[in-house]
Design a protein around this ligand. Sequence first.
Ligand SMILES: [Zn+2]
Length: 235
Amino acid sequence: MARFPILMYHKIGVPPEGAKVPHHYVSVDRFKRQICAILRFGFKTTHVSTHEPDVKKPICLTFDDGYQNFQLAASVLKDNGQTGTVFVVTDLLGRDNRWDVETGDVPEPLLSADEVLNLHRAGFEFGSHTVTHARLAQIDQNLAKQEIVRSKEFLDSLLGSDTQVFCYPYGSHDSDVRLMVQKAGYKWACSVEKGWNDGQTDPFRLKRVNVRRDTSTAVLFWKLWSQARRRTQID
Ligand SMILES: [Zn+2]
């Protein structure tokens, strides 16, 4: 397996007043500049599930939670002939991020099932981020299993394909959770641990490089290279 980084994005756009985690919003302009820079550097974007084939410098772009503002990223990616992987919360499609709203955050609309289907047809990859954005390592194991299995069944049937990628909400996983994800038929799962991935990486514990609102192109490359060398890692 080639060594490859996975970038982690959440929301695209400007944080609205009251947003609890403004650094989760990356502006469209900044996103455009980041895409142009990684392409100039010779990277090519691939899906998380297909990062192995002949691409010389693969990079995966992941978008957690499936916000409707992913559409802004999707048009930048389409314009540049690139792709990405989106992790959706299957019971909340077309609704909002109530797991955040419950803790006082502002609501953000999530992609609807129709939008997911259209984006999938346009070449974007979709993975599961559970049914309800559950903290898997901290809930009852039967519930955790349902979150993992039911979200896959839903996406498999919506998209007419075998959903291969999973992403742990809140980065919450342990060995039991990882085994459940594997047994459910996923092939890969993204964590929030930092670094690049290679042949030694547990496929159910893929590492990612976090991209924040203040991640300029220079900082992005600094993060990429420092994490590639597994030196001191910053968030
Ligand atoms: Zn999430």
